[in-house]
Design a protein around this ligand. Structure first.
Ligand code: PEP
Ligand code: MN
Length: 264
């Protein structure tokens, strides 16, 4: 199979606008959960860049549990990300939720994020498999490693081999965390696949005070990178404000990560 090490023994290196991820190239992606307003997105893009992040994240199409909460600014949000990219040069990572939004998301995204809720949306996976842009594929809310890898196969079998796997934790019987993140899966999956593996400590922790420990643990376990939610004014955030690192926390974490010597 295309994602497996047997098929491709060397680590895959995926390049986005000159930023390489995989094969020893570590990348931190940072930004707000959802794009709220231009001023914040530009500010956060600068915070991300100044502290060593190589890409900017931000959702314009949001998979919210309740239909009565903010659903994302859509193309207006994508335009704000484009402005932030113009200011900082950081490539954009943004979520695609539906086949009907492929054209508009494709136009602005440098990396297309497929969220946990769509990990097994097979028609959507097949469609992004026909595109030439890298994809971050998050694990599903309750998925197994094999299911996650099979979803990568759906994308790769259509021709798009630029898949980055993202571990964001799964729902377990433990209620004190939003999602349980098993960092053992980093080396386990690296044995099984040549694709880069990044960790999302934000959606696992669910609370700002626990995000940095998980981020550090993920990188210590040998992950190829992180995708982290940050916000300058979490009260103004239109989603996931509780788990957003403040700029100063993010700066502290990025400095701490420099001390780290990963196992692999
Ligand atoms: C997100 O990245 O903001 C998000 C919705 O993540 P997940 O799909 O992992 O829940
Ligand atoms: Mn989020």
């Amino acid at each position: 199979k295309r994602a497996s090490r047997e098929f491709h023994p060397e680590d895959s290196i995926i390049e986005v606008d000159g930023v390489k991820i995989g094969g020893g190239n570590k990348v931190v992606i940072a930004g707000p959960c959802s794009v709220d307003k231009l001023e914040n997105v530009i500010y956060l893009a600068k915070v991300a860049k100044e502290n060593g992040a190589k890409m900017l994240r931000g959702g314009a199409y949001k998979p919210r549990t309740s239909p009565y909460t903010f659903q994302g600014h859509g193309e207006e949000g994508l335009k704000m990300l484009a402005e932030a990219k113009k200011e900082t040069g950081l490539p954009i990572v943004t979520e695609l939720m539906s086949i009907s939004d492929i054209d508009v998301v494709y136009k602005y995204a440098d990396v297309i994020q497929i969220g946990a809720r769509n990990m097994q949306n097979f028609p959507l996976l097949k469609e992004i498999g026909k595109l030439d842009k890298p994809v971050i594929l998050k694990n599903g809310i309750c998925s197994t490693v094999k299911e996650h890898l099979m979803s990568a196969e759906y994308i790769m079998s259509e021709g798009n081999e630029k898949v980055i796997l993202c571990l964001r934790g799964t729902r377990t019987y433990e209620p004190s965390v939003r999602n349980t993140l098993d960092v053992t899966l980093v080396p386990i999956m690296q044995k099984m696949t040549h694709l880069p593996i990044i960790v999302d400590p934000s959606h696992a922790a669910g609370k700002r005070e626990f995000v940095s420990a998980l981020a550090y643990a993920g990188m210590a376990a040998g992950a190829d990178g992180l995708i982290i939610e940050i916000h300058n004014c979490p009260k103004e955030a239109l989603s996931d404000g509780d788990q957003a690192l403040l700029p100063r926390d993010f700066e502290y974490l990025m400095n701490k990560l420099k001390e780290l010597k990963p196992w692999n």
